[in-house]
Ligand binder design. Structure first.
Ligand code: ADP
Ligand code: MG
Length: 622
């Protein structure tokens, strides 16, 4: 993503032919497709609509309906009308919240979520792909040709598997994915913020069912994600629901049928949207048993009823600012994204908070698709001043080393694409396999980070501990997808894995992972020191013990007694339960003593080694 001015060779356009590329906002509630026409990014509409396609798919008797047409079946056939599929992308069956009521028949297919429909079982990738295919069709109808490439947006907090799933869905829909782009970055691009020299921007995205707050920092042409926060269960739907309850109360309604409820919820949504433009809205609808509901609702009433939700919707802004350690005055621009930021009470609350004008002149529900279209136009090579947007990784990636310590390979906020390599060695003599455990997070210990993948490198020739050279390469491509490979340099034996982690992370989880790394920094360092002391001491014990086996005759009985005593004391210390700092210094102290106690023995071994004309292998091990 953004904004390093890099020219990409071979991507410049032919002189007269423009390649058409599209940007797609694949939203939880609504999706859109846009393209750059004559230098301007435009939303592509479908059959007289404004381009907003409800992210809904209806499966029936072998037919597939998408968008408005699909949504109509929500009440009469809820099990086959799939809404909000984005919530399930890249998630495992075990991630499903079974406590939430759902009209869908979920199926556990080898740990993967599938939904049984009248057209057979469908997984979230297939369902998203049906939405994407529909958007692609809108693009073809508008442009008269198939798009050469597409940029698809994803939430900034999407993890590897959610990104991977999105990319697969697009490929399944026959789209050439130029890049996945973070939604807040797309919004910033739509406002041209990427062309500034630097700045700190807050992107506030309140959609149909989710709230995402991102703080982006632009410097040297790169957007860095300073903080993400939000609420995965707060959006326009909740405002509709409160207004619906208010209508029930005001009209004294009870004993409603499913159709009545759906009708009233739709009405509530319409009233809410109309109140954005009008001071008061009246409506008149007929429910079952010929019941007539006639009502007038004012903006003031709506504001009163939804006061609590507005407060809730502001909280993540405060948390994000706190996590980024920023004062409100340090935010240079506030970008509003998502249909629900049209609500005046939300706008008022935000402008009071920031005491400044908010960026709202691009339709908030279209701004992400517009930014994606601009980026797609650049990537396909339609701009002379070819530049590429660079993104950054939200969390550090690393691997587990001895003692369950995380060695960070790609630190958080590295710009992507990125490749980092590090060389590791074996820990034990004769070790022929190495298991590589890839983790994500900011903490020092593996148990505090998130496990992404495990694989092993086998066939390492047996060598003395520390002699093998295993190069581990972490590579994140432009879409934020990680692959890890390992190669033993002397033999060329290699192994690799494309990382597809099994759990989704919510923005809350990411921010808590970030803030806990700060909160726990001190205790993490202590834990790391202890772990390192244990590793060093264990290595020392191993080498002393194998030296004794090799050269028992060089050691006196008294020396042996002392060595044994120190080794036993260390082994006891390892499992003793006491304060981390005390334990660490005791282990270091005993290790020093063991080193001193074996000094004479080591010297004699060295003499023998020299006499035998051997290299210093056994000296190294002492
Ligand atoms: P998502 O990103 O979740 O796919 P959108 O950004 O399209 O969703 O936002 C959809 C939400 O925006 C819906 O709850 C809808 O009612 C709300 N919305 C759209 N227009 C208005 C409006 N004029 N006033 C208030 N809310 C609106
Ligand atoms: Mg959205």
């Amino acid at each position: 993503m953004a904004l390093l001015q890099i020219s990409e060779p071979g991507m410049s356009p032919e002189p007269h032919k423009k390649n058409v590329a599209i940007g797609i906002d694949l939203g939880t509630t609504n999706s859109l497709v846009a393209t750059v026409k004559s230098g301007t990014a435009t939303i592509l509409g479908n059959q007289g609509h404004d381009g907003l396609v409800p992210s809904v798919v209806y499966y029936k008797d072998g037919n597939i309906l998408v968008g408005e047409e699909a949504l109509k079946n929500r009440v009469i056939d809820p099990a086959n009308t799939i809404l909000s599929i984005k919530r399930f992308m890249g998630h495992n069956f075990s991630d499903l919240d079974k406590s939430l009521a759902s009209p869908y028949k979920f199926v556990n297919k080898d740990g993967i979520i599938e939904i049984e429909t009248s057209n057979g079982v469908k997984n979230p990738i297939q369902i998203s792909s049906d939405i994407l295919q529909y958007l692609k069709q809108i693009a073809i109808e508008n442009m008269g040709e198939s798009p050469a490439g597409a940029v698809i947006t994803v939430p900034a907090y999407f993890n590897e598997s959610q990104r991977q799933a999105t990319k697969h869905a697009a490929q399944l829909a026959g789209l050439n994915v130029l890049r996945l782009l973070n939604e807040p970055t797309a919004a910033a691009i739509a406002y041209g913020l990427d062309t500034k020299n630097q700045g700190t921007f807050l992107v506030y995205d309140l959609g149909g069912g989710t709230l995402d707050v991102s703080i982006l920092k632009l410097h040297s042409g790169v957007f860095e994600v300073l903080a993400v926060n939000g609420d995965t269960h707060l959006g326009g739907d909740d405002f509709d629901h409160l207004l619906y309850c208010y209508i029930l109360e005001k009209s004294n309604l009870s004993h409603l049928t499913d159709e009545d409820i759906a009708h009233l919820l739709n009405t509530a949504k319409q009233v809410k949207e109309d109140l954005t433009l009008k001071e008061k809205v009246s409506f008149s609808i007929v429910l079952s048993a010929q019941r007539l509901v006639n009502l007038l609702i004012t903006r003031e009433e709506f504001g009163r009823v939804t006061r609590g939700l507005v407060n809730k919707a502001i909280l993540p802004v405060k948390k994000a600012l706190r996590d980024a350690k920023l004062d409100i005055t340090e935010i240079n621009e506030v970008v509003l994204v998502g249909g629900s930021t049209r609500m005046l009470n939300i706008r008022l609350e935000l402008s009071n908070m920031f005491k400044r004008e908010l960026l709202t002149n691009i339709d908030p529900d279209k701004v992400v698709a517009i930014g994606a279209a601009i980026q797609a136009d650049v990537l396909i090579g339609n701009r002379k001043d070819d530049w590429l947007l660079l993104d950054v990784t939200p969390l550090s990636l690393g691997l587990e080393t001895v003692g369950s310590i995380v060695e960070k390979i790609i630190p958080r906020n590295s710009t992507i694409p990125v490749t980092r390599a590090q060389t590791f060695t074996t820990y034990k003599d004769g070790q022929t396999a190495m298991s590589i455990h890839v983790v994500q997070g900011e903490r020092e210990l593996v148990s505090d980070c998130r496990s992404l993948a495990k694989f092993s490198l086998r066939g390492i020739p047996p060598m003395v501990a520390g002699n093998a050279r295993i190069q581990v390469v972490f590579q994140i491509d432009a879409d934020g997808l990680l692959s890890v490979s390992a190669i033993e340099e002397s033999t060329g034996i290699a192994s690799s894995i494309e990382v597809q982690p099994s759990f989704g992370l919510t923005p809350d989880e990411i921010s808590s992972m970030l803030s806990s790394s700060i909160d726990f920094a001190q205790s993490d360092i202590l834990a790391r020191q202890l772990s390192e002391a244990v590793i060093d001491a264990t290595a020392l014990i191993n080498s002393v013990e194998s030296a004794i086996v090799d050269d028992r005759d060089l050691i006196t009985d008294n020396e042996l007694i002392e060595i044994k005593y120190l080794v036993d004391s260390l082994n006891i210390k390892f499992v003793q339960n006491e304060a981390v700092e005390i334990k660490t210094s005791a282990i270091k102290d005993l290790s020093d003593k063991l080193n001193k106690a074996t000094q004479g023995f080591a010297n004699k071994r060295m003499d023998r080694a020299i006499k035998h004309g051997l290299s210093g292998r056994s000296i190294d091990t002492l």
